[in-house]
Design a protein around this ligand. Structure first.
Ligand SMILES: [Zn+2]
Ligand SMILES: [Zn+2]
Length: 267
């Protein structure tokens, strides 16, 4: 489905809402026609890349050349595997047909492995041998609890509870994205198992987007209820288990919804 995006990046004067567009919603391997959990904030911020970031952005009406911020909630492969495509796209299209330069890219993500991953992407793309792919980018490594601020938005972070294997805690960020000029904000967890302190961090959020792959839907709903979220969106479910997950969640917290690919929510 092609959906022309109506709002430009950043915060336009007088704009009362921001929008989130789900460009992917499924669990860690994509299904035919369905991409892994990933979404756009307005037109210039991507949260996680899924497997096919560029393709999915284009399919839903976004120009990857205009992407200014990439927020990686954590560094598991299904959340950054689309990064080489994004860098390649911005590299070979540094100047578009109209002579317009591709926007510089700020990559925000967990501090422990961000630089390693981005360096490996550049090595994988052979940037030292193909200088034209050397895009203008900067890294913003964040530890849980740290914040990042621009003139348009503020990102506050909190530790999710997410494992790599059975015994290693992954550095993973639950994020609160706020646009101070409009007073609007929402919270997204990235991958996390059931972690009640997230409810406090997300208290009164107008929208909470919560992983329903590593947390049981009934527990996602419990978090939504404790946070008293305006709307709770379940994400990272398979297409097969999504409807049942939604039913379980709604039984506990009626303001639960299932994130659907291509859906645009106004906040
Ligand atoms: Zn995941
Ligand atoms: Zn993960």
């Amino acid at each position: 489905m092609i959906r022309p995006s109506a709002m430009k990046g950043g915060l336009e004067p007088g704009r009362k809402t921001m929008k989130v567009t789900f460009v992917g919603t499924t669990a860690c391997t994509p299904e035919i026609g369905s991409e892994v959990a990933s979404f756009m904030i307005n037109d210039n911020i991507l949260v996680d890349t899924g497997w096919y970031g560029v393709m999915k952005m284009r399919e839903h009406g976004f120009d990857p050349g205009k992407l200014e911020y990439l927020i990686l909630t954590h560094l598991h492969q299904d959340h950054y595997m689309g990064l080489p495509q994004i860098v390649f796209w911005k590299g070979i299209k540094q100047v578009d047909e109209k002579g317009k330069k591709s926007a510089p890219l700020t990559i925000i993500g967990p501090s422990q492995h961000l630089e390693t991953i981005v360096n490996s992407v550049m090595t994988f793309l052979q940037v030292p041998r193909f200088h034209e792919l050397a895009i203008d980018f900067k890294l913003v490594p964040l530890k849980p609890g740290e914040s990042f601020k621009t003139e348009h938005f503020q990102l506050d972070t909190f530790a999710s509870r997410h494992m790599s294997g059975v015994d290693r805690q992954e550095e993973a960020l639950t994020c609160k994205y706020a646009e101070p000029a409009s007073g609007k904000s929402f919270v997204f967890t990235g991958d996390t198992s059931y972690h009640p302190p997230i409810a406090e961090f997300a208290k009164n959020a107008s929208v909470l987007i919560h992983d329903a792959c590593h947390t049981q839907p009934k527990d996602v709903a419990a978090i939504g209820k404790m946070a008293d979220a305006g709307k709770l969106y379940l994400i990272h479910c398979t297409n097969q288990n999504g409807p049942a997950a939604l039913k379980d969640a709604q039984a506990i917290f009626p303001r639960s919804f299932l994130a659907r690919e291509g859906e645009v929510i106004a906040i």
